[in-house]
Design a protein around this ligand. Sequence first.
Ligand SMILES: [Zn+2]
Length: 344
Amino acid sequence: MRPQDILSPVPAGLFCKPGNFHIDPVRPVERAVITHGHSDHARAGHGAVLATQETLDIMRLRYGENFAGSTQAVRYGEEIRLGDVTVKFHPAGHVLGSAQIAVSCKDTCIVASGDYKDVRDPTCAPFEVVPCDVFITEATFGLPVFRHGNAADEVKKLLASAALFPERAHLVGAYSLGKAQRVIALIREAGYDAPIYLHGAMEKITHYYQSRGIGLGELRPVRGTKKADLAGAIALAPPTATSDIWTRRFPDPVTAFASGWMRVRARARQRGVELPLVISDHADWDGLTATIAATGAGEVWVTHGQEDALVHWCQTKGLAARPLDLVGYGDEEESEALSESEEA
Ligand SMILES: [Zn+2]
């Protein structure tokens, strides 16, 4: 069977005709298979949703009890038959519960990896290389200039700054799902054991991580804490909150931002970030190219991000490659809109 007869891009997302389901659909569909809980991949309003238990829980936290007609939790490694195909979930190493979806039909296997990273993250299962015929990869950081380095070293910079300015608060902008919890876990691994403060918009998700056994130490809400008590403290907030009026409750805050984009100095300056931290939940250039090679795929389909350079790289390696031109997938590292209901 030709791969494009198994999975093909349609306006609602990636559609599997022989299995009658969409992967990470951007419009409401009858049956959705969801890779992870970020809002551009996991939307409310589908009929049936198949995802890991964590992704389903995260969707429930974000959208409420009735986010889908029905749900089915799938474990990593479990094989599910859908129509004429089998579907298997493998860890993607991106955020808690994130999965790559392997779709097999007869003797052809396609892996839709969603968002992924191939480096250590204490808050989720490690990325697994899945041998396949066609590998579908993101390309958020698909340019050779993007090399993320070691996240633990970036956290050391944050702790060094906190030690240097004990009278100032350190306010770290980090995406609410995944990044924030990873940064906290890395801070704890570095030996910092004082309470860490949270913006209200990230409390629910962070407490969910704790309920799944992810050790994050003592966490306190920023809300209700006196300004003087925040001197010398580390607080995490969604990126948009770090540039708004909300920051006035901190004593002379040092503004940090944890994102792969912080490799680009101009971006840090534009956002008024004093302390850029290059920490990404997406594979960097070396990670993308090493992963593509490791899958053994002869064909690569590139989705959202900087497709051109990665497609070109694949072609120089003798692999068939093309961009999928899917629309509707953003970049959670860049920004995060706060919904009206979220308390500061
Ligand atoms: Zn994501």
